[in-house]
Write a protein that binds this ligand. Structure first.
Ligand code: C5P
Length: 300
């Protein structure tokens, strides 16, 4: 008996970042959009908590209790007075340390898989509370679709999406640490007045209408200068994607994956091919959004 849960990656179509808070986090206006690149988490009863991982970049995923999926299983078990005696297998397809919330996806997947395996039927609100304790992006991985995240990103308001958006994701050679990118943001903005982060109405309207051209002009990521400062070749990847005919390109979250919004599936295939040929990325993946949040695909 085992349960498999599929969980999507995300791209931030807007990431407005405020100044550092006393707790070190930053207030955000974070417009999340789930994209159809997925990790799968399978939970199987075992003698003790064990993590395995396969797929691209699996060798960089920790297999001990620092893994967010392990922490999710432990948090759920503790809440219900259970022993987290479970084998979690993560089949990775979301780029590791790529700014696409792969670790958060695995945490949300583990939570939903263990909840089903253990027959707990934990209410969604309680699952979201556990997600928020695990990390700022984990609640969104659970719900998927599109949402505005405020606070440190964990307070979610669902958003309407009026159509399908087509993307190309350029996977960089290497990863970026999210805390390091936020530290670089602090360094670059030191001595300046960082405005309060606010969601762009123009961007929310473009999402609601399913208008890719309007969304392309409204895309923004305040972490992009910091990510490029730490990973300068991202500027070349962005230029290559734009030259290949993308409507717009930006760094995904804290990077180093770059995201290119394109007109349709045909353009996505062309831009992916050009990006790969440009030699400015390790892989190019096409995907559409929105995508469903954590969903049981096999098992109970
Ligand atoms: O919440 P999460 O564990 O994903 O955050 C990772 C790191 O990213 C935090 O330790 C912090 O350095 C930074 N962060 C931040 N402000 C946010 C979200 C994350 O400074 N709103």
């Amino acid at each position: 008996m085992s349960v498999t849960v599929r969980v999507p990656a995300k791209v931030n179509v807007q990431l407005a970042v405020g100044g550092a808070r006393p707790d070190g986090f930053h207030d955000l206006a974070n417009v999340f959009l789930a994209v159809g690149l997925y990790d799968e988490v399978t939970a199987t009863p075992a003698d003790e908590l064990r993590i395995t991982c396969t797929g691209p970049g699996a060798d960089q995923v920790p297999l001990d209790r620092t893994n967010l999926a392990a922490r999710a299983a432990l948090a759920l078990a503790a809440r219900h007075g259970l022993d987290a005696a479970v084998h979690l297998h993560i089949a990775k397809d979301i780029p590791v340390a790529g700014g696409m919330a792969g670790g958060s996806a695995d945490a949300a997947g583990a939570l939903v898989a263990c909840d089903a395996l253990w027959g707990l039927n934990t209410p969604q609100g309680e699952l979201l509370d556990i997600c928020a304790e695990l990390g700022s992006d984990v609640p969104f991985s659970l719900v998927g679709g599109a949402a505005l995240g405020t606070g440190r990103g964990e307070q979610l308001r669902p958003l309407d999406v009026g159509g399908t958006f087509h993307w190309v994701f350029a996977v960089a050679d290497g990863g970026l640490s999210t805390p390091a990118v936020y530290r670089e943001f602090d360094r670059l903005t030191e001595g300046t007045e960082v405005p309060e982060p606010l969601a762009s109405q123009e961007l929310l309207d473009a999402l609601a209408k399913g208008d890719a051209t309007a969304l392309a002009t409204a895309l923004s990521n305040d972490l992009q200068p910091a990510a490029i400062s730490l990973f300068p070749s991202l500027a070349d990847t962005l230029a290559a994607g734009r030259a290949a005919g993308a409507l717009a390109g930006l760094v995904s979250g804290s990077g180093p994956t770059t995201a290119f919004l394109v007109r349709d599936a045909e353009s996505a295939a062309e831009v992916a091919e050009s990006l790969l040929a440009s030699g400015t990325c390790r892989a190019a993946r096409t995907a559409t959004s929105p995508a469903q949040g954590a969903t049981v695909v096999r098992g109970r």
